[in-house]
Design a binder for this molecule. Structure first.
Ligand SMILES: NC(=O)c1ccc[n+]([C@@H]2O[C@H](COP(=O)([O-])OP(=O)(O)OC[C@H]3O[C@@H](n4cnc5c(N)ncnc54)[C@H](OP(=O)(O)O)[C@@H]3O)[C@@H](O)[C@H]2O)c1
Length: 331
């Protein structure tokens, strides 16, 4: 099969496209014919071995110390089940599915555990529209629903509201009845507003951690601020959430767990079946709508990474395979 190939860490051009064996199905696995796989910031971190802060060592240990452990990249996919293992009951050949995996999704076929982070596609959604949902929406669910337990009427500040995680976070926070302030560049303010944000701030013009407004939840998807800075705009019992692992956040997590009403929380979104099912339910309830920036064929995977790295994307950057015939799923 055709696959993206990743044999050394580095710039986008280190990714090539070549032949790889079609994965064989294990007894507890399904093989999915991949029709769409996004290039996320997570994929960019793995490609470049750019694991920020104290994530450097765990990142290298997990992904490969000197070179990538997994030859075929790609952590998210949408496609159709073409083979099921002997013990699998959750899926059948022909099911349209989406999900997350450690690697291997940027290829024509991927094998994943049937009880893992995979679910049937919601009706009326295209493969390219749902492919990055385990990443973006899955992370937003983990932080806003599980960690913060965001409630109706609460005020939430979302930094990085125009990004892969932030776009989903804005929509999920609105669906939970929160009042949402999104922080993004001025060029993407319209996008954040269209996703439902009540207020939008330009991070180049305003420091959202100053001023009189207080927030019940501050979700820093962009990993730009620390707890010390954000404390002054956190309401009593306010929660600060960050996607970025640092020594500072670990310190504040411990301290705020022991003392004080305000909490600092780092989280790690680890997709499993329940999380992907939750994302599916949000799509089916109409709480999430996809935003696609650009589609690339697999042969242009390096250019897709350049697009992600540019910071200019106004939505998901998606690798599409086997275009265009199977792109629309019957409602
Ligand atoms: N901990 C976890 O489990 C987990 C899970 C998923 C992702 N992550 C991490 O979360 C981070 C964000 O991921 P993503 O996919 O959302 O990235 P992304 O799509 O690149 O979005 C980055 C966002 O940050 C904004 N931004 C840039 N500079 C900023 C600044 N100075 N102040 C405030 N906002 C700023 C961007 O705004 P403009 O584009 O408008 O300039 C954009 O909205 C990545 O580092 C990723 O690895 C962690």
């Amino acid at each position: 099969m055709q696959a993206a190939i990743h044999t050394q860490y580095g710039a986008p051009e280190t990714l090539t496209v070549g032949e790889a064996p079609i994965p064989s199905v294990g007894a507890d696995q399904v093989v999915v014919r991949v029709f769409a796989s996004p290039v996320t910031q997570g994929d960019r971190h793995v490609r470049a071995a750019d694991f920020p802060g104290i994530g450097w060592l765990p990142g290298r240990l997990m992904m490969g110390l000197l070179r990538p452990k997994n030859r075929v990249p790609g952590g998210n996919f949408a496609g159709r089940v073409v083979e099921v293992g002997a013990d699998v009951t959750r899926f059948a050949v022909g099911d349209d599915v989406f999900g997350a995996c450690d690697s291997g999704a940027q290829a024509e076929f991927v094998a994943v555990k049937a009880e893992g982070a995979i679910a049937k596609m919601p009706a009326g959604v295209r493969y390219d529209e749902i492919a990055d949902a385990p990443y973006g929406a899955g992370t937003a669910v983990t932080f806003l629903e599980k960690l913060a337990e965001l409630g109706a009427g609460e005020r939430v500040l979302i930094l990085g509201a125009s990004g892969g995680v932030g776009r989903a976070a804005v929509q999920i926070a609105k669906a939970r009845g929160a009042e949402v302030t999104g922080v993004a560049s001025a060029a993407k303010a319209d996008l954040v507003r269209a996703l439902g944000a009540d207020h939008v701030l330009d991070y180049r013009a305003v420091d959202p951690t100053t001023g009189d407004r207080r927030y019940d939840v501050v979700f820093d998807t962009a990993g730009r601020i620390g707890f010390r800075q954000v404390r002054r705009v956190l309401a009593r019992r306010g929660r600060f959430l960050t996607t970025r692992l640092s020594a500072s956040i670990l310190f504040w997590m411990l301290l705020t767990k022991l003392f004080g009403a305000r909490r600092a929380l780092f989280g790690l979104a680890l997709p499993d079946a329940a999380l992907v099912e939750r994302v599916r339910a949000l799509f089916e309830a109409g709480a999430l709508r996809p935003v696609i920036d650009q589609r690339f064929p697999l042969t242009r995977i390096a250019q897709a990474h350049v697009r992600v790295e540019s910071g200019a994307a106004r939505g998901s950057v998606v690798i599409t395979l086997a275009e265009p015939e199977p792109l629309r799923v019957a409602a």
